[in-house]
Structure formats: structure tokens, C-alpha cells
Write a protein that binds this ligand. Structure first.
Ligand code: PLP
Length: 380
């Protein structure tokens, strides 16, 4: 028997966890003012890069004495810069509960070979944050994109810490409150919550992070794209728009557009409210259907951006094949694109709920998810 399809379709089927949906008002022609074919060091380019930095500060509420830099290689580039140029001064605690955090562990333990205490948790859970010793440097991911598990807040981070905190906040910035006084290095990329173009990363440094950079020189060589100091002093230019190497001015224009859109929805507060409403629609759907559940076990750690779901129906014969088939069915109907779980994560789905996604689209998509589920159960 054919299972009836819902009547309403999402206007935008893009629920990818990165690159994420562009702001709803985006059109390519809105980037017409991009400083293309010009030197990024000409006044026009420099001004746009500085506007990108100061717009980031304004919307995220980053303190005036924190440095913000636009760096190469997206969030990965920004995290790597921090790990390679700042760690090794003292012991480090590495916290990981999903694939990206695990990647930073590999870097620190296997590549840099630093004295590290590694704390990990399975997908869906989080490490014991109360056990972290802030005499050490601490590296963690604010929102584990591949598990849909985030830290509940920053209360567990000591105000009087001796070490520095390095936080990969790429799927958290612009969707969650980040307590800047607790974060010494914070990184993210443009392609995530604001739906910008992939290319560049942002690195945010607290005064303590700058102090580390100016007083510590790692034992290993640093390639040019990781270097933030010269002669023991911070290269201030990086943090005013004189980038280390050539940025894409098209990506910069796109980011400036995204920042403007963010202002138009009420800045950070508006963005958080949008993500919360999207995620709540998915949580409510899980509550209403006993065949699907949030992968994040503790409600306090459930992401409002990368919401990860698992199927829990015992009629399912092959979990991985089933989840893939549901995602494929929704993609074929142009209802939901790119919602399969991350390749290293448990079988399931991942629905991006960041602020560029419209709640009406989430609400229109969910009945289709129920449709695809029933259709796959029948097809097994
Ligand atoms: C938590 C986290 N860290 C790092 C990355 C890598 O980001 P990028 O590809 O922008 O370097 C991602 C991408 O999804 C991520 O979710």
C-alpha cells in the first residue's frame, strides 16, 4: 500500500551541517560590491576585511581587548594555528566526544607529541567536565557537530585558570552564547552558522592567549600560515585585516552580507532564538514519535545547530542501510538535502538547525521524515 505523502514541502530543502544554508535573503547579485580583481591590501580591500573583523566583534559581543583575525584554511586552519603555536608550554587536557574533537587529539598526541591527558566520551555523551584541571591547557569543541552534543555552558571553566582554553566553536558561534571571559582561543569558519562561503577561519584571542604567544616559542618549526608573532611580538596587522596571505574577497563580501543579515534578525539574540526554535521543532518531533530519538542523551547537552538523530524502532534490520535509505528518499523528493549522519558517527540523521534555516522549513520537512520512515519500514 502506498504511504501518502504530506501536502506541504519545505521552500528550502537545505539542512546540511556545512556548508550550511545561506541566509534566506541571499542572492548572488547582493555580492556585486565585492572588491574583485583588486589587491586585498588596497584601501577598499583592507576596509572590507576590517569591517568583517569589527562586524564579528559587534554581533558576537567580543570584548574590545580581544584580537580577531581572518586566517587561512577555514576552522581547521584556525584550530591548527592555535595548537601548533601555543601548546607545549604546559600539560594539556584534550576533551573529545565526536569526530572533530578526536581529530584535534590526533594532532596533539601523534603529530605534536605533547604531554596530554585525553578525555573522551562516546557519541551521544560528554566527558566529565567537572574533572578538568585548569592548571593545564584545555582543548575542546563547544558543539560537537557530528554527535549533536554541546557543552551546556561555560560554568565548568575556571575563572582563575593557569592554562589557556582553546575552543573550536565552529558550529556554535552565532547560535550559542559564548562566555568570552572563559575562552582564550576561539575559532570558527564562515561556512557554518551564518551560511557563508568556505575558505577562511576566524581566530579570536584573549589577552592571555596573546601573552602565551608573546612569551612562548614552541620547539618545532612553524610554517608561515601558522605564525602570529614576529620577534616575540604579536603581528598586529593580522588582527586589523592585513591577512597572512591572500583572502577571497568574494568570500569576504559574502560574509559581510551574512553579518548584515544577522543584524536584521536581531543580532546574536535573534540568531540564537531562530536556532532554538528550529531545534525545538525537531525535539518535539522526537517526543511525539517513539521510533526516533536525539543522539545526545542529556537534554542539557543537546545541540541547537547540528541536531543528530537515531532510529530506535526494533523492526529495523540494518541500521546503517536504513538511515541511508531514509536520507536518500528525502533527497530524491527534494525535501531534505545532506542530512545523513557524518561518516564516522553512529547511523542516523543530522539536521542543521542554525539560524539561516527557516522554522517553517523544518516544520514542513518533519512530516516527510515520518513518511520516509514508514516507506522504508514497508520496503524492508
Ligand atoms: C566541530 C568542527 N570542527 C572543525 C570542522 C572543520 O571545519 P572547516 O571545514 O571549516 O575547517 C567542522 C566542520 O564541520 C566542525 O564541525
Amino acid at each position: 500500500m502506498a504511504i501518502e505523502q504530506p501536502a506541504t514541502r519545505p521552500a528550502n530543502p537545505r539542512f546540511s551541517s556545512g556548508p550550511c544554508a545561506k541566509p534566506p535573503t541571499f542572492e548572488l547579485n547582493k555580492l556585486a560590491d565585492a572588491a574583485l580583481g583588486r589587491s586585498h591590501r588596497a584601501a577598499v580591500g583592507k576596509t572590507k576585511l576590517k569591517d568583517a573583523i569589527e562586524g564579528t566583534r559587534e554581533i558576537l559581543g567580543i570584548p574590545a581587548d580581544y584580537k580577531i583575525g581572518i586566517v587561512p584554511a577555514s576552522d581547521t586552519g584556525a584550530v591548527e594555528m592555535a595548537l601548533w603555536s601555543m601548546l607545549g608550554a604546559r600539560k594539556v587536557e584534550m576533551l573529545a566526544w565526536e569526530s572533530f574533537g578526536a581529530g584535534w587529539v590526533t594532532d596533539v598526541v601523534k603529530q605534536l607529541k605533547i604531554d596530554a591527558e585525553v578525555k573522551t566520551a562516546d557519541y551521544g555523551q560528554i566527558v566529565d567536565l567537572a574533572s578538568v584541571d585548569f592548571a593545564n591547557d584545555v582543548v575542546f569543541t563547544w558543539n560537537g557537530t557530528t554527535a549533536g552534543v554541546r557543552v551546556p555552558n561555560g560554568d565548568w571553566i575556571a575563572d582563575d585558570r593557569e592554562g589557556i582554553t582553546i575552543c573550536d566553536a565552529t558550529s556554535a558561534a552565532f547560535a550559542m552564547d559564548l562566555p568570552w571571559d572563559k575562552l582564550d582561543v576561539t575559532t570558527f569558519s564562515w561556512q557554518k552558522v551564518l551560511g557563508g562561503e568556505a575558505a577562511h577561519g576566524i581566530i579570536v584571542l584573549s589577552p592571555r592567549a596573546v601573552e602565551r604567544l608573546e612569551t612562548y616559542t614552541p620547539a618545532w618549526p612553524l610554517p608561515k600560515i601558522f605564525r602570529m608573532t614576529k620577534g616575540g611580538k604579536l603581528i598586529e596587522g593580522i588582527f586589523t585585516g592585513a591577512t597572512i596571505n591572500t583572502p577571497s574577497m568574494l568570500a569576504v563580501e559574502d560574509y559581510l552580507f551574512a553579518l548584515d543579515w544577522a543584524r536584521s534578525v536581531g543580532g546574536l539574540k535573534g540568531l540564537i532564538a531562530r536556532a532554538d526554535a528550529n531545534a525545538q521543532a525537531v525535539f518535539d518531533f522526537c517526543d511525539a514519535n517513539d521510533w526516533i530519538a536525539n543522539l545526545a542523551e542529556d537534554a542539557a547537552t543537546q545541540s541547537n545547530t547540528s541536531v543528530c538523530l537515531k532510529f530506535t524502532d526494533d523492526r529495523i534490520q540494518d541500521g546503517a542501510a536504513f538511515a541511508k535509505a531514509v536520507a536518500k528518499r528525502l533527497e530524491a523528493e527534494n525535501i531534505a538535502l545532506d542530512i545523513g549522519a557524518y561518516r564516522d558517527a553512529p547511523a542516523g540523521l543530522r539536521i542543521w538547525c542554525g539560524g539561516t534555516v527557516e522554522t517553517a522549513d523544518i516544520e514542513a520537512m518533519l512530516p516527510w521524515l515520518a513518511w520516509a520512515f514508514e516507506a522504508e519500514i514497508a520496503a524492508q
